[in-house]
Design a protein around this ligand. Sequence first.
Ligand SMILES: CC(C)(COP(=O)(O)OP(=O)(O)OC[C@H]1O[C@@H](n2cnc3c(N)ncnc32)[C@H](O)[C@@H]1OP(=O)(O)O)[C@@H](O)C(=O)NCCC(=O)NCCS
Length: 182
Amino acid sequence: MAAIEYHAVPGDEAASRIEEYRALYAEVYGEPPYEWGAEHADLFVERFAVQRRQEGFALVEARHKAQLVGLGFGVTLLPSTPWWRNLVTPLPESMTTERPGRTWALVELLVRAPWRRRHVARTIHDLLLTGRPEERATLTVLPAATPAVAAYRKWGWRQVGEKRNPLPGAPVFAVMVRGLGE
Ligand SMILES: CC(C)(COP(=O)(O)OP(=O)(O)OC[C@H]1O[C@@H](n2cnc3c(N)ncnc32)[C@H](O)[C@@H]1OP(=O)(O)O)[C@@H](O)C(=O)NCCC(=O)NCCS
């Protein structure tokens, strides 16, 4: 079987692949526990148009032959970031104060179901995080996404809080942090 190949893709090139990324997103997040529909996929595309131009944008694709099997990307948080808003319980300022270049946010990490448990996510994750100049990385994860939570714990992430978008019925997400250079 051909090996899985990993490529870093710059933001402008990533823009030209947005339909392929949208299809991957819709497929993976259409599954439980998410079961998100087209609205979420549209929002993903809308946000991606901004994120791909942001400071510190980095994206890694995993492909088997030509087929996209996984994807991960993130951006550096700006000091004005809303990242630490909408916390369920307040966190100390030492955690939530951003300085230029303090924190890199892992925005997405997803692997097509038939390709799971082969360390595709681990490889994407490590390629994204290794050598980054920021002090720390952060992400949010739905606690019901048990494979993701298990993976992040194994990779040295710790939960520091919870947040919820101020929309009726919005789910609570765990906020996790990991030092970089670990
Ligand atoms: C989370 C996800 C990206 C993991 O992808 P993956 O390529 O299967 O992950 P890996 O093979 O690198 O797994 C790394 C470790 O995570 C843990 N893990 C992954 N899936 C697991 C599962 N189903 N049950 C228990 N532990 C699991 C294991 O510790 C695993 O290491 P091991 O196989 O050596 O025991 C994938 O399940 C996925 O796309 N889920 C849906 C999208 C999602 O929730 N993304 C995270 C958004 S924040």
